[in-house]
Design a protein around this ligand. Structure first.
Ligand code: PMP
Length: 439
């Protein structure tokens, strides 16, 4: 297009350049459910940006809050000086913490991203164990196919091999993942079978010794691995095994937090209360980078007041509790509350489920999964080229006005929670047509 910038010297390592030159796609604007590309074409956002723009794009209330805050106090070092908006936002988050008031997950630590939230939660877990006299507990157990961001902490507990294979020095212990495609194929909602996969945690405890394990971290619903849903009872079982052995349970809710499943957090959806919850993305509706870790009072108090407490331990980021991000977050929570968005996915979940499952039987489709306003359509690999077919479908959809996400052979969908039923129909119809055309 005549609007495409000069790409001759284009180089941003690890980013869009991987596939960009072959099929440039440049987004220039966004409003509500739609992006606009550089040529003015409208593209329906089927992925809420990257699982983060839950209230839809261009929300004026957030824009105004950011502008106001930026001109009043543009920056303050929160871990050193403090400023009212960080306390206001922490208080507001604490009052709406995962699991409700009885869960006690109302101690809040601010970060700048999901990866930072994960690093922070891992450090809190190990430091807490040490503070309560369990200093040998330094091991973290992650899950095969778990995704926890790209920091060294996140990749060391993450299970997506591609993200860590060139860093062999990073230690990690993995549980099995929860997916059993053959038995769970085309399941609507949670798989009925597979709860026994949680017993793998017992195996790892026996292998390493409980006295070496600080925590286990899982996404309540795996997102980046391609939307892998936990079998019924699986998270409950993990909680029970962790409790039995003095192991902390961390839920990585970077994707599931802020309404994605139809409850404020996945913690609420499953009714299983972890010790730490990581968040980011939807916390500011994807606008200003930010994350937050919720810690239980037990963990917080042990960490800060135990015999080897963390009062002298330094941990904090330049942008922890950034005033502009906090202002964006407060405005975001206002919108979520005023518009009932944290439960809207539950109102749409059935329509969403039926719409997605109507794609069953189309060429190449080997599985369809859904939960809340999350969906996955898994395709058969084209011979010798894993992921190539899904990528073709992705490009086709984009040119027909729909943004989807592909990870390997899996198409992931997670539209903004403000989506209308008619737009659910549009997603399925554009995607369905692209599948019929796919080679
Ligand atoms: N944890 C999970 C579950 C995620 O999905 C992501 C990002 N997709 C992250 C952590 C990392 O977040 P960020 O990209 O903001 O660092």
């Amino acid at each position: 297009s005549k609007n495409t910038p000069n790409l001759d010297n284009f180089w941003m390592p690890f980013t869009a350049n991987r596939q960009f030159k072959a099929a440039p796609r440049l987004l220039a604007g966004a409003e509500g459910m739609y992006y606009t590309d550089i040529d003015g074409n409208k593209v329906l956002d089927g992925t809420a940006g990257l699982w983060c723009v839950n209230a839809g794009h261009g929300r004026k209330k957030i824009v105004q809050a950011v502008e106001r805050q930026l001109s009043m106090l543009d920056y303050a070092p929160t871990f050193q000086m403090g400023h009212p908006v960080a306390f206001d936002f922490a208080t507001r988050l604490a009052a709406n913490a995962p699991g409700g008031a009885s869960a006690g997950l109302d101690r809040v630590f601010f970060t700048g991203s999901g990866s930072e939230s994960v690093d922070t939660a891992l450090k809190i877990a190990i430091a807490y164990q040490r503070a309560i006299g369990q200093g040998t507990r330094t091991r973290i157990i992650g899950r095969e196919k778990g995704y926890h961001g790209v920091g060294f902490g996140g990749i060391s507990v993450g299970g997506l091999v591609n993200n860590r294979r060139v860093f062999p020095q990073i230690p990690a212990d993995h549980m099995r993942h929860t997916l059993d495609l053959e038995r769970n194929a085309f399941t609507r909602g949670l798989p009925a079978h597979g709860v026994e996969l949680a017993e793998d945690l017992e195996r790892l405890v026996a292998l390493h010794g409980a006295e070496t394990i600080a925590a286990v971290i899982v996404e309540p619903m795996s997102g980046s691995a391609g939307v892998i849903l936990p079998p019924k009872g699986y998270l409950e079982r993990l909680r029970a095994i962790a409790d039995k052995h003095g192991i902390l349970l961390i839920f990585d809710e970077v994707i599931t937090g802020f309404g994605r499943l139809g409850t404020p957090f996945a913690t609420d959806y499953f009714g299983v209360i972890p010790d730490l919850v990581t968040t980011a993305k939807g916390i500011t509706n994807g606008t200003i980078p930010m994350g937050a870790v919720f810690a239980s009072r037990k963990v917080h108090d042990g960490l800060m007041t135990g015999p080897e407490n963390a009062i002298e331990l330094f941990h904090g980021y330049t942008y922890s509790g950034h005033p502009v991000a906090c202002a964006a977050g407060l405005a975001t929570l206002d919108i979520y509350e005023e518009e009932g968005l944290l439960t809207r996915a539950s109102e749409l979940a059935e329509d969403w489920q039926e719409a997605l499952h109507s794609l069953k039987g189309l060429p190449h489709v080997v599985d369809i999964r859904n939960l809340g306003l999350v969906g996955a359509v898994e395709l058969a690999s084209r011979d010798g080229a894993p992921g190539a077919r899904a990528y073709d479908v992705f490009v086709d959809c984009f040119h027909k006005g729909l943004l989807i996400r592909v990870t390997g052979d899996i198409i992931a969908l997670s539209p903004p929670l403000v989506i209308e039923k008619e737009q659910i129909g549009t997603i399925v119809s554009i995607l369905g047509d692209a599948l019929k055309r796919a080679a």
